[in-house]
Design a protein around this ligand. Sequence first.
Ligand SMILES: Nc1ncnc2c1ncn2[C@@H]1O[C@H](COP(=O)(O)OP(=O)(O)OP(=O)(O)O)[C@@H](O)[C@H]1O
Length: 869
Amino acid sequence: MDDDGMMLNFAPTRPRPVSKPKKPTQQPANSTPSKVPSIPSRSSTDSRSTGPVASTASAPVETTDEAASASSAKYLHGKAQIQSSLFTSNPSIKTQSSFVSSTKNDQLPSNAPGAADDTTNSFASLGLGSELIQALEKMDVHQPTLVQRRALPLLLGPAQHQQSAYDLTTPSRTKTKTKSDVDVVVQAQTGSGKTLTYLLPIVQRLVAASTYHTEKSSSSAAFGDRTIGTVAIILTPTRELAQQVTAVLQQLLQLPRPAADSDYRRLHWMVAGMVMGGDNKAKEKARLRKGVTLLVSTPGRLLDHLQNTKSFDIRHLKWLVLDEADRLLDLGFEETLKSIMDLIKERTSQPANNTFRQHLQSTVWPRARQTILCSATLRDDVKHLAGTALVDPVFVRGSSQDGDDDLATVVGGSKKKRMDGDGDEHMDSNRKDHVIDNDDDDDAKFTTPNQLNQTYTITPAKLRLVTLTAMLQQCMKDKRKASKVIVFFSCCDSVDFHYDLFANGGNPLKTDLDEDKDDLLAILDNHDDDDDDDDADDNPKHKKHYQQQQQKNKKTKKERQEEQETFRRQPSQVSTLLSGNNSNGDGVSVYRLHGDLEQQIRTLTFSSFSEASSGVLLCTDVAARGLDLPNVDRIIQYDPPTDLKDYVHRVGRTARLGKAGEARLFLLPSEMDYLPILKGQGMNIQSVTVESVLANSFGKLQHVYEAKAQEYQNQLEKYVLSEEERVMLARKAFWSSVRAYATHAASEKHVFHVKKLHLGHLAKSFALREAPSHFQDPNKLKKKKDAKQDRMPGKQKLQDKDSGNKSKFGHSKHGNGNTGHGGGGGVGTQQRKRKQYDHADEFAIATADYMTGGPTTKKKKKAAKAGGN
Ligand SMILES: Nc1ncnc2c1ncn2[C@@H]1O[C@H](COP(=O)(O)OP(=O)(O)OP(=O)(O)O)[C@@H](O)[C@H]1O
């Protein structure tokens, strides 16, 4: 065993209840690290550099800075809190190419628009109308991307190159009816412009429907009646994506009027709208009653309106788009999707209203409903959805590996069926037997943009937090070059914890708080350790102090709540920690986004980060899919994704539309087997050592960057320890993360298994000095005490209370092994757990309440079971 490890085990004897809190006598804990980093004591450095050295009681493990305050022992959980060294007892890192400080990726961008001077590759040549082209110009969109080039002609169908409905009504539609208006599966890399790929043809066709030729036809030839109801529905998995698509749609609808000398005139009637979870339903109903022509929605809310809003008219629905289809399935919307499809089928099979029948005959409208499915990845479940929700779909891929740009090469295996089939097949959306079986192996692979620079850093658990700090400081170092970074975490609690830490952990601790620190710790100690409760109460002196302290705490609580409220409502915070020593004094803006935030705050954060020129967004996978956050240059996956396809979506937030981008992945030494999985997908990912990350930010010399890293760690630990709530936040984040870790896909369990985690080391990455043995929320303590009493022999078992707790914490509900109540609790399969634990979920459960149980011991399980019987 490593001797350094023994040093960690060196601890003062377990304290008895804290009798009188000591005032700090040494250097105040609120002191921020001195400008010149304190160098670790010689002995600790030596022990590291010369290998295992037997420790003695006098061998300090703290840095000098810490050693000074070590004598005022910090007690937590009834145990002494020892600040261990970051650079000892870490697992060895196997093969890594040494010091790759930068990696180059010379490949040509794979998701860029075509060259500006290529006239054969223009929106006009694809058949888009001049007004829409002008609207695109305003959006700085000039040349189509590969997927747009391939899909637009197909989706425009007979409306290709047509200005008005009149142009389309003349030729007999029988010639074209069966060969157009096909259902389409669009698969293209992230950031390749899939949104415009499906929106442009819909808008173009509706614009053509409402345009008439002044000489050849009258205004009655054009369509312009909002009472037709909703003709296009776009389903997106997340609210942010719904907002984003609506914004693009609204921009497209701001078409310039036909020029005064033009032969064409257009009626104005189209309205774009959005309905989504979290918004006011009554207002949505009112909007739907007036008529929303193009509707963007999240699945749950759409189903709700389909079922409950009578005035929501979709009888004439002509387009249904399933955007980010893989995500829709991930979020467990299959059942919702099925119900939506059934209702749509039922409503659209009703005959068209007489008022509109004549107009709908024009080939500008798809003859039957056209369904478009978009996805960056095309795995079995998406293919299955395509097979059940779409009719004989045509595949369009936006990958250059498909070679020829000719559409024929991208039409999937069902082309023949389509060519031979009858157009009326479109009505048959209920074919459950047709599962797409495209024998192209590339489907199974995830591709990332060629120009994306991907690196990984094998980081021992203890070093994770300081390495992330170093990496972010490095990203933000160069103030001349604005940098936008997104950091992905596995759960909401972890986002919240890091958000608070980065926002406030770099600020000096308040003096009064520091003075009270030992008192707070004493309180925390008593709260946390049931065994100490009686002892604490036995000591009258302590009891009095404890009560005084609680009183004092109560006074500050209100203030703190107000502070927290203000903190919560702001879309960003300024971090001095992340600006490091190299900044010119400006802080770094830190944002957070996850499914557990209020919708208003989510929206505000999304728009603020979109508009910001630089900043760091901390988020869960809620931001991984489809979000088009402009100019993000780096993605950091601090927690690896729980599913491989999330990797693709996460890194896809950068390197969009042919732009450069970097994606960095943190892996633990025990997770190195993830690399062959990534490389098996053809991903070119290079190693960057943890030493180089630290050296780049903290100083080139080993002893300097190690000292600085240790100093940051100590500072952050002190910050967390300085307030009870911060400790709670850290513990929740710790346990949430551990539980999230258990939700990795079964195929990756050999890499990511919770048993492989060194919890003590992992605790350091949450600025905790040891792994919390169990989570205790002081607010729940009374309940716990009651529960404990109820479990005493001869007492009635705590059925009611317990079941109340369960539904609140969600244990039973979420199948957490506590099967005592609620029938069906504790039966969760791995898949179910993952869905329940999907942090991109609109109702992400990876929050405090769910996690408050911490690990469930056999004893507890037994007790709970007994309680339930
Ligand atoms: N041809 C184009 N030229 C320039 N910009 C474009 C073009 N097409 C789309 N864009 C812009 O590119 C950005 C990314 O588009 P979009 O979000 O549709 O990509 P995506 O393929 O759906 O990505 P993801 O899979 O991540 O959702 C948007 O800002 C969009 O306006």
